[in-house]
Design a protein around this ligand. Structure first.
Ligand SMILES: [Zn+2]
Length: 206
């Protein structure tokens, strides 16, 4: 029997992997393979860009869902009011809280960028857009389906945002307000109960 971990995954397998539609076995095979195969990481990155372009078409629809999700998280978003810039998400939250704000603050024009992050080790960090809300899907393969705490930490070690999320079908979906400072950041995922650190996803904001 051939060692499936050594074969380069087919294009459709990579696509399923990126879209989190792989079954457990395929996820395992692809994930193990790309840890050792730089050329497949390059393929994955190219495919991700392709998929991102496709997703643009769906973004208007998605934006609505994000705004609903944001409204539900109004309590969390309140923390953002202390930041110098009111984010688009903050504007939505302010509406949900019944605070009167000027209409031009509500629509800053930027729709959320949809991004998938995988905790690769020793590879270049993905680049995420500055000044756009982020709809982030963290690969949570191997993390138990529990409540988790997700912190956004800047490169000076400062926590700039946090939220409680749950692991669902091997991923953690979070809606993050726009980041207005370029630099290196990471999402730190820890168990919401025990606080023990589970995984880190680093990325660049440009
Ligand atoms: Zn390969």
């Amino acid at each position: 029997m051939p060692n499936t971990y050594l074969d380069h995954p087919a294009e459709d397998a990579l696509e399923r992997f990126l879209l989190h539609r792989s079954d457990e076995e395929e996820t395992d095979v692809v994930e193990t393979h790309i840890l050792a195969c730089e050329s497949c990481v390059t393929r994955l990155e190219a495919l991700e860009i392709e998929l991102a372009a496709m997703k643009l078409a769906l973004q208007e629809f998605h934006k609505e869902q994000v705004e609903k999700a944001v409204a539900k998280q109004q309590v969390t978003w309140r923390n953002w009011f202390t930041l110098p810039r009111l984010s688009m998400a903050g504007g939505v939250a302010a509406l949900a809280l019944g605070i009167a704000i000027a209409p031009q603050f509500v629509h800053t024009g930027a729709s959320p960028a949809d991004v998938n992050l995988v905790a690769y080790r020793g590879l270049e960090s993905p680049v995420l857009p500055i000044d756009r809300p982020l709809s982030v899907h963290l690969n949570a393969n191997g993390i138990a389906e529990n409540r988790v705490k997700v912190e956004l930490v800047s490169n000076n070690g400062k926590q700039v945002w946090q939220d409680i999320a749950s692991v669902n079908q091997n991923r953690i979906n979070i809606e993050v307000p726009k980041i207005t400072q370029p630099g290196t950041y990471l999402f730190r995922v820890s168990d919401a109960g025990t606080q023990s650190e589970l995984r880190e996803f680093s990325f660049e904001i440009k």
